[in-house]
Design a protein around this ligand. Structure first.
Ligand code: MTE
Length: 342
């Protein structure tokens, strides 16, 4: 069954999901550009641009606030990581969607640095023979950590290339032995309004009901690409990126990649998901990246790749079906009308 075999053998030989070098900009070029912008005094102009444009392009010139102390991780490196030029760490950790900490792109980094992620228990239960409640440190000691360099395509039509570190979800699900009723996997973010101020204000969170919830079919959850991430750029996850553990499903829009997970429940029926509860006509359960199915309010044919630069290099590129991971996942949807089940 196509490329799945290479994962089954445990040896990741060729990583077709990895980003081509031509799609990204070297960090040295970025630094030079930043210096030029600063020298020209363009930073001030940038901050006076309102709304979406500001959030999308100009905020790349803000530096990330100091982040929580992050721990280095031991992991198996991505096979061709040397060839990759990534969205810089600063950008990955300062341009975020994490509504529990505020709705502006810079809010999560600013508001989450006191977020307490130790100790952190993860419950895995539901339609399984061996439910567990496991501490994240134990989970990380139990499974080898792998680096996965994936494209993250947000439904808002921007994207990044991020070196995640994590554990394939399939390995963790095998540990709990799903039973024959397990057709879906439901995920839940921590609910703690004291720590996550956005949860106190439904309006501030755009009308979202908390806790944030997400779901996958069992086949999607077992796909070798699906990762529970505990880190990025060699270290534990910064809180703004979903510490201490978040989902990464690279062929789906970013909102499926739920952050700061406390519970994974296997279910017999399709679980509710936060964004489809809010606007089912805009955000479906599947949410596969699909350039042919537009969001009702904007096109999904192209995306702005946030890489090393910003003003001059947040290039518009064509969005790929399944975010370019069709070889690994298209067979999951061979019997599904992807226009209807978006
Ligand atoms: N998870 C929770 N709990 N709350 C959120 O607001 N935002 C989602 C997703 N996971 C979100 C979340 C969206 S819309 C995106 S695009 C990604 O997280 C962004 O991940 P990043 O900030 O690490 O790039």
């Amino acid at each position: 069954m196509m490329s799945h075999n290479k994962f089954r053998s445990g040896i990741v030989t060729r990583a077709t999901w990895q980003e081509k070098e031509s799609n990204v900009t070297p960090q040295s070029v970025f630094k030079q550009r930043r210096q030029i912008i600063q020298a020209l005094g363009l930073g001030a102009i940038a901050t006076s641009i309102p709304g979406a444009v500001h959030a999308g392009i100009f905020d790349v010139f803000d530096s990330a606030p100091p982040t929580q102390a992050l721990q280095p991780l031991q992991y198996v490196k991505s096979p061709n990581a040397e060839d990759q030029i990534l969205t810089p760490f600063d950008k990955v950790t300062s341009h975020n969607n994490f509504y529990e900490f505020g709705t502006a792109k810079s809010d999560p980094a600013e508001n989450s640095q006191q977020f307490n992620t130790k100790p952190w228990q993860l419950v895995i239960d539901g339609e399984v023979d061996k439910p567990v409640t496991i501490d994240i440190d134990d989970l990380m000691a139990r499974f080898p950590l792998e680096e996965r360099i994936y494209r993250l395509r947000c439904v808002e039509a921007w994207s990044m290339v991020i070196p995640w570190i994590g554990i394939p979800l399939a390995s963790i699900l095998r540990m709990v032995a799903p039973n024959s009723q397990a057709k879906y996997v439901a995920f839940e973010t921590l609910f703690d309004p004291e720590q996550m101020p956005g949860q106190k204000h439904r309006l501030m969170g755009g009308g979202i009901q908390y806790p944030y919830v997400e779901g996958l079919t069992i086949a999607e959850a077992m796909n070798p690409l699906t990762l529970l991430s505990v880190g990025l750029y060699g270290k534990t996850l910064p809180p703004q990126n979903g510490a201490p553990i978040r989902l990464v499903v690279p062929w789906k829009y970013g909102f499926k990649s739920i952050k700061s997970i406390v519970r994974i429940r296997l279910t017999s029926t399709q679980p509710p998901t936060t964004w489809s509860q809010l606007a089912a006509n805009e955000y479906g359960f599947f949410a596969n990246v699909n350039p042919m199915v537009d969001h009702p309010r904007w096109s999904q044919a192209t995306e702005r790749r946030i890489d090393a630069g910003g003003l001059f290099s947040a290039r518009r590129i064509e969005t790929q079906m399944f975010n370019g991971y069709g070889e690994q996942v298209a067979d999951l949807y061979s019997n599904i009308d992807l226009k209807r089940f978006y």
